[in-house]
Design a protein around this ligand. Sequence first.
Ligand code: C2E
Ligand code: MG
Ligand code: MG
Length: 753
Amino acid sequence: MVVLMYPSDYENDELIFFQEDDEPLIADVDRGVWNLLVVDDDEEIHSVTRLALSDIEWNGRKLAFHHAYSGEQALEKMRELGSKLAIVLLDVVMETDDAGLITAKKMREELKLDEPRIILRTGQPGYAPEENVIKEYDINDYKTKTELTRSKLVTTIIASLRSYQQILTINQGRKGLRKIIVSASNLLEEHSIKGYCEGVVTQISSLMGLEADGVVCARAGSLLDKDDNGVYVLGAAGEYATYINQKLENMHNDQIKHNVIQCLLSKEHIFGANFTVLFMSSAGREAAVYINLSREIDDAHRQLLEVFLSSVSVGYENVNLFHELRVAAYRDGLTKLPNRNEFINRLDNIELQAGESQNLVMALVDVSHFADINDGLGQDVGNQLLISVAERLQDELGPEVEKGRIAADVFGLLGSDEKVNPLVLNKIFKTAFDAGDHHIPINMAMGLVRLGKPPFIGMDIIKHSNIALNLAKRSAVNNFEYYAQKMEEETSWRLATIRQLRTDFSARKLQVWFQPQVSLVDEQILGAEALLRWPSKDGGFISPGVFVPLAEYSGLIVEIGIWVLEEACCRIKQLEEMGMHGKRIAVNISVPQFRDPDFVPLVKQIIISKQIDPSLIELEITESVAMDEPQIVVEALKALKDFGVSIAIDDFGTGFSSMSYLQQLPLDRLKVDRAFIKDIGKGKSSFFAETIITLGQKLGLDTIAEGIETIEQAKYMQNLGCDEAQGFLYAKPMPFDEFTDFIKNYTPGTYLQ
Ligand code: C2E
Ligand code: MG
Ligand code: MG
């Protein structure tokens, strides 16, 4: 099984957790008791005080007594107890007359203990502190010892406890808010939904002083897929982490399932005895945060949680937006499959289980003639067809095979050799696809790559499968091809050759040569075929058999072909001017030229501008060209024929044209392919050549034999009734100047009299 890492899983997952101090929002410090520190140098006061206050209980807690006998000792105790200290009963006069006041000052200023309340006691009224001291050191009460009867002491203590608790709550609230601000702003930096939700659970738990344990859930409709209304676990911390990205209903905890649904329906927080579910909402994006608690939380803390939620829900909105952008950026909107970028990402991040490296295959599947379907039946049908293909791939190949839409009509597949292979894939495409009201049978071509050992580079894998795909598309034998190293070398050779051809064509280095065509009746020169020549660096010529297919493949043939036609027209004009009248020139035309909508008007325009008789131009199309895109070819040829040019079918007999199709073409001439001529002689006859000549005669077409090298072949074709001949016997293709010399020096009847 292949494990693929999704970018969202490893990106941004590191949270910056709040670390200011580890003090939780609900301080555990003074749970159970109120700490009272008695500071007096008189031992008796200590015991009297304990006695007087021993049975006091306020808010369910008793007092815990701590004792100090000097200012120094008192400070030590204070340091120990910190803000757990609720009240200090402080004697003013101890080792010095103002020892108590100094202690109060140090407690507030040096120990920075603001929360504990101070009750000053003194033996004599004369030692009463100044009013400003009382204010400055936040002294709650001042009493002479005689004033402090038991009941008064109890009242004073209870009032102080109340004020201590209020201060504590306010302070904790303030600290809590500060933590909320910090944690909310940390969360704002989080961009993945999973990371963000985990952060919310962790931060709330930390505010509550608990181990992080909870989940964040939302309806998918708002997030992932508009048609899915299920509730999903978006993020979790603690024991529920395994449920991330799963449906809530898969959780084995009824309390969570029930309360999360309840919260999403009522859009309100739920506070239970050992859990809370908080409702989070911003700009219509809603989620429920379920947290396990070990105790119920009080009102003050509920309020703080609400403040926290309102600050983090903005972040929730942001991560949702971010997620949607990611989905848009990484998913194909039409088929919902990963798009090219995401598919490449997945290839980059393939993780292999031990021992499975050998049989992983990536395939590109190209829907043939998709553009025609799109043009012919409309874009809606085209879109539906692609959706149908995507769905069938999903159904037939299952989740173990990764799928993606790599280009408009190209799908990517990644999986084991058992599933991603030509046999299986061809079977999947065997039956027609539904698209709207149509039932469309489609062909496809596949480029496959066997993945070796990691590391894998997605772009390279795509590049390699594309090379194989291009070969598969051109192959006449199979509709698939597996990538091999040498293909890449061929491809780079091809690209370099095309580049060089383009450069040389621009630099006017290409030439057009001419090969005479003669009558088999009287051996008069009727004209010539124009043939391209590309001079190579070594003084020779690169064969058009090699570079014309490349020029066709790259589209360059459209420009080159027009130039050849211009050359032919100019030469006809020159021949006329030289007194060699009525010489016809045949020009070869390739498929891409027919696809160019300007082709027909351009041909006419050139012939008109050169002021030549259109019937002196003959267009040669090979039989395979004629078959490739019948409709375009038939229409273009009819228009040109009407204009006056002649049409010949080249290499006749090598293709598979049907008779009915041939009859639709406005032809003048059949060119018998060299293959049927070459065996003539040596005592052999050619059945095929004979058939073609008979056929031509039946169709009322002239015939010309290509590749006539011997007198015997010429005679044989003449006897069959073939009208014309072209071949090395008469002349090889030659530059124009040589061709004019050839005409001047030519004597008809040399071979056939
Ligand atoms: P094609 O149109 O069938 O041209 C005939 C080819 O047979 C020419 O090869 C010619 O040199 C060769 N040939 C002629 N007589 C003989 C002979 O007696 N014996 C032998 N062995 N060969 C003979 P070339 O010039 O190498 O052209 C090859 C092909 O390149 C052409 O086949 C044509 O399909 C293509 N081509 C050449 N020029 C152009 C052009 O301007 N445009 C397009 N689209 N294709 C061209
Ligand atoms: Mg030709
Ligand atoms: Mg030919």
